[in-house]
Ligand binder design. Structure first.
Ligand code: HXC
Length: 258
């Protein structure tokens, strides 16, 4: 399959997806998000893919939803097409590990897309923001929800109500970003992290991801019970047996994804 707005490169079992609308700072047009959704469908069922890195350009991860595309839409246009659920949320429901590698602007829908990944590695040039209020709307792809859960009410309110941008250092301090790296090492670091994950058992990594994500949706006791069920389920896998045997035998595990 070929894509107009995305680039895809395989690095071993890691799929590197690059948002590629440089003329619009990777503004997330309906065509781009539809392509991303279709690509994720394909990667999810491909056993040759163990993890995904999503990135943009040096100047912009993505400067938001495409304002030029949206500007003349009315309520019925967005309601009837359920803008944005069908395509954008595909990344949030992607079952394999995903890393956002962010340089430059990650604004509005760009910040929301990055937050749908499992974690964010940021270049020191990264700037995050939910500036929708400055163009007369509010975040619509999780910006008021995920951001608040990730960085707390006060900072989320500050960003959503003033539309101010947060630099990479602040984003790392408040936990939006897991690692901060020099811009020229961003892709290398993100691929190294994804490659490390790809060396684990794929189904076990999926269970770990599913369990962490559950923390955002359940009370603690329920989340702990969910974790316990999945933890017990790992004992039904060959890879759990292999992992522990390899430790005891002082060798590298040979995971078979079973
Ligand atoms: C459409 C965009 C765009 C966007 C930039 N461009 N952001 N086009 N949608 N979100 C286009 C510009 O129109 C311009 O094209 C080109 O990209 C370069 O942008 P400039 O503004 O000239 O660059 P610069 O001066 O460096 O400023 C960079 C910037 C600014 C600070 C990132 O572009 C900006 O503020 N962009 C909008 C950010 C924003 O409000 N995002 C939230 C969108 S709403 P031309 O052809 O004109 O030169 C949203 C809602 C999501 O995301 C809800 C869920 C769907």
């Amino acid at each position: 399959m070929s894509y107009e707005n995305l680039l895809l490169e395989m690095h071993g079992k890691v799929a590197l997806i690059t948002l590629n609308r440089p003329q619009a700072l990777n503004a997330l047009s309906p065509a781009l998000t539809a392509e991303l959704s279709a690509l994720l469908d394909a990667l999810e069922t491909d056993d040759g893919v163990a993890a995904v890195v999503l990135t943009g350009s040096e100047k912009a991860f993505a400067a938001g939803a495409d304002i030029k595309a949206m500007k003349d839409w009315g309520y019925m246009d967005v309601y009837k097409s359920d803008f944005i659920t069908a395509t954008w949320e595909r990344l949030a429901s992607f079952r394999k590990p995903s890393i956002a590698a962010v340089a430059g602007y990650a604004l509005g829908g760009g910040c929301e897309l990055a937050m749908m990944c499992d974690f964010i590695i940021a270049a020191d040039s990264a700037r995050f923001g939910q500036p929708e209020i400055t163009i007369g709307t509010i975040p619509g792809a999780g910006g008021t929800q995920r951001l608040t859960r990730f960085i707390g009410k006060s900072k989320a309110m500050d960003m959503v109500l003033t539309g101010r941008l947060m630099d990479a250092q602040e984003a790392e301090r408040c936990g939006l970003v897991s690692r901060l790296v020099p811009a020229d090492r961003l892709i290398e670091e993100a691929l190294a992290a994804a490659t490390k994950i790809a060396q684990m058992s794929a189904p076990i990594a999926m269970m770990a991801k599913e369990s962490v994500n559950r923390a955002f949706e359940t009370p603690l006791a329920e989340g702990i019970r969910f974790e316990r069920r999945l933890f017990h389920a790992t004992f039904a896998t060959e890879d759990r047996r292999e992992g522990m045997a390899a430790f005891v035998e002082k060798r590298k595990p040979d995971f078979k994804d079973r």
